[in-house]
Design a protein around this ligand. Structure first.
Ligand code: PEP
Length: 253
C-alpha cells in the first residue's frame, strides 16, 4: 500500500511555549503507526531542531521545513538552505505552498529548482499544487494542475519522482473552511495520478502519495481520506490543536 501521510503545516503560528505544549500533548496520544502510515510536522524554522529532537525516538514521525531556498548557499539573507536542514536531521520540506506562490511570488520554474535541490540532498519534497477559485469556476482546473506538475516536476528522473510526495490543495479551500467534496478531491487525485502514469508509467504513479489539503479537520478527514486516490492530508488550521490533529492522524487509511 502507498504511504498514507498526515502532515501538519503550522505556518507562522504558535510561540515556542505553545509549540512545546502541543508536542507534549501529541506525544501522549495513541496512534497505530504502521509501515504504511506516517506523520509529518512542518513547524516554523526556529523550532525545527527542537521538534526533531523531541520526535527522534518516535517511529513514523518526521519533521519538515515549510520552505527552503533554491541555491545551495551564499549571500541570501533570511533564507534557509537544504544542507542546513539535512544537517539538523530535517529530511522533508514543503515546496510550492500556495502562500509561497501567491504572497512571495514563487513561480513554477523556481519551484523546479527547489525540488531538484531538495532531492539532490536526499530530502523528500512535499510538492503543493492546486487551482485558484476562478480556474475552478471556469472548469479548467485539470489543465492548470497539469501545467504545475509539468513545469516543476517533469524534469525529474523516474527514480527522483518516486521520492516526491504531492499535495493537492485547491486554493479556494485553504483556510476558508470550504472543503472540496470528497468527490472533487478524488477526481483531481485520480487525474494527477493519471498524469504521472502517462509521464512515468503506472507502477510509479501507483506508488506516489497524493495528499489532499484544504480545510481538513477531524470531522471530515475520514470521508476524504477514504477516497481511493487520497493518501492522507496536508493540514493547516486543524493541525494547531493537538487533539484535533491526533484525530486526523487516526483517520488515515
Ligand atoms: C494548508 O495550509 O496547507 C492548508 C491546507 O490549510 P487549512 O487546512 O487551514 O485549509
Amino acid at each position: 500500500m502507498r504511504k498514507q501521510i498526515a502532515a501538519a503545516n503550522w505556518k507562522m503560528n504558535l510561540n515556542f511555549s505553545q509549540a512545546q505544549a502541543f508536542i507534549t500533548e501529541l506525544k501522549s496520544e495513541q496512534f497505530d503507526i504502521t509501515d504504511h502510515r506516517s506523520v509529518v510536522l512542518a513547524v516554523p524554522a526556529p523550532y525545527l531542531q527542537f521538534t526533531t529532537e523531541a520526535f527522534k525516538e518516535v517511529a513514523g514521525f518526521s519533521i519538515a521545513a515549510q520552505n527552503c531556498y533554491a541555491q545551495k548557499s551564499g549571500a541570501f539573507t533570511g533564507e534557509i538552505s537544504v544542507e542546513m536542514l539535512t544537517s539538523i536531521g530535517v529530511h522533508h520540506v514543503i515546496i510550492g505552498h500556495s502562500e509561497r506562490r501567491e504572497i512571495f511570488g514563487e513561480d513554477n520554474a523556481l519551484l523546479a529548482k527547489k525540488v531538484d535541490l531538495a532531492l539532490e540532498f536526499g530530502m523528500t519534497p512535499i510538492f503543493c499544487c492546486g487551482e485558484p477559485l476562478p480556474v475552478r469556476e471556469a472548469g479548467t482546473q485539470n489543465d492548470f494542475v497539469a501545467e504545475q506538475l509539468k513545469a516543476s516536476l517533469y524534469q525529474l528522473t523516474a527514480e527522483q519522482m518516486s521520492k516526491v510526495v504531492i499535495a493537492y490543495e485547491p486554493i479556494w479551500a485553504i483556510g476558508t473552511g470550504k472543503t472540496a467534496t470528497s468527490e472533487q478531491a478524488q477526481e483531481m487525485h485520480a487525474y494527477i495520478r493519471s498524469q504521472l502514469a502517462t509521464q512515468y508509467g503506472q507502477a510509479l504513479a501507483d506508488g506516489v502519495s497524493i495528499l489532499y489539503g484544504g480545510s481538513v479537520k477531524a470531522s471530515n478527514a475520514v470521508e476524504i481520506f477514504q477516497q481511493p486516490d487520497v493518501d492522507g492530508g496536508l493540514v493547516g488550521g486543524a493541525s494547531l490543536i493537538a487533539k484535533e490533529f491526533a484525530a486526523i492522524i487516526r483517520a488515515l487509511k
